[in-house]
Design a protein around this ligand. Structure first.
Ligand SMILES: NS(=O)(=O)c1nccs1
Ligand SMILES: [Zn+2]
Length: 259
């Protein structure tokens, strides 16, 4: 891919190394379609979200997160490449300053304007997200590419609330929201063993990347770009380009759920 990746540099945003020394399963990666291996044993992914578990949306200074009540198995995913139930904790996005870039993963080096991450933790083996995030197979993150097209009516409900969380640490209550409206209808996905793409960059993630993108319109992305990295009262820095550079695939194989 375009060599915009900073090899072993310091990440512009976090001033921390962008690759973990000795890290052999870092994310994001470029998915080379022809190198992915169809695995006929992969089951369909089962997604069961309860809109009533939606709590609030807040600006954490790197993205905006919609968080869910995760004390019981009410909003879960299972099947697919997963051995257990994984409970929804939060979802968030990564996007660019312009429509030409913004996603974290790429497909045959194609970059999308934004990427959605739905973050789940293994509630059969661990008792909290914080515990699971440090453990192998502790987390499962569904990645969905966003592409330019028609207005996304389900996303619009969140977009309308973004101005109220412009600054870092601002929070707004949400009533029911069903994140399944943000998923493509096609069940096809790629899956690989990777890591968190923001600190602590733990190598605990089973990534499930949907093959099909969902459409959003330019105005909706422009509202994402109105958010700030900075807290109220500080010099304003627009929240854009909050994606990590591509990481080396090393000796990993990406499997596909489709032939
Ligand atoms: N961008 S990510 O989904 O890998 C993530 N980082 C920290 C918590 S969830
Ligand atoms: Zn993410």
């Amino acid at each position: 891919c375009a060599s915009y990746r900073l090899r072993d540099g310091v990440h512009p945003l976090w001033q921390s190394p962008i690759t973990i020394p000795g890290g052999r399963r870092q994310s994001p990666i470029n998915i080379q379609w022809k190198d992915s291996v169809y695995d006929p044993h992969l089951k369909p992914l089962e997604i069961r979200y309860d809109p009533a578990t939606c709590l609030h949306m807040w600006n954490n200074g790197y993205s905006f997160l919609v968080e869910f009540e995760d004390s019981v198995d009410k909003s879960i995913i299972t099947g697919g490449p997963l051995e257990n139930n994984y409970r929804l904790k939060q979802f968030h996005f990564h996007w660019g300053a312009v429509n030409e870039w913004g996603s974290e993963h790429t497909v045959d080096c194609k970059v999308f304007p934004a990427e959605l991450h739905l973050v789940h933790w293994n509630s059969c083996k661990f008792s909290s997200f914080e515990e699971a995030l440090m453990e192998e197979n502790g987390l499962a993150v569904i990645g969905v590419f966003l592409k330019l097209g028609a207005n996304h009516s389900g996303l619009q409900k969140l977009v309308d609330a973004l101005p109220s969380i412009k600054h870092k640490d601002a929070l707004v209550e949400l009533d029911e929201f069903d994140p399944s409206c943000l998923l493509p209808s096609c069940p096809d996905y790629w899956t690989y063993a990777g890591s968190l793409t923001t600190p602590p960059l733990s190598e605990s993630v089973t990534w499930i990347i949907k093959k099909n993108a969902v459409e959003v319109d330019e105005d909706q992305l422009e509202v994402f770009r109105m958010l700030l990295f900075t807290p109220s009262g500080e010099e304003e820095k627009r929240m854009v380009d909050n994606f990590r550079p591509l990481q080396p695939i090393m000796d990993r194989t990406v499997r596909s759920s489709f032939p």
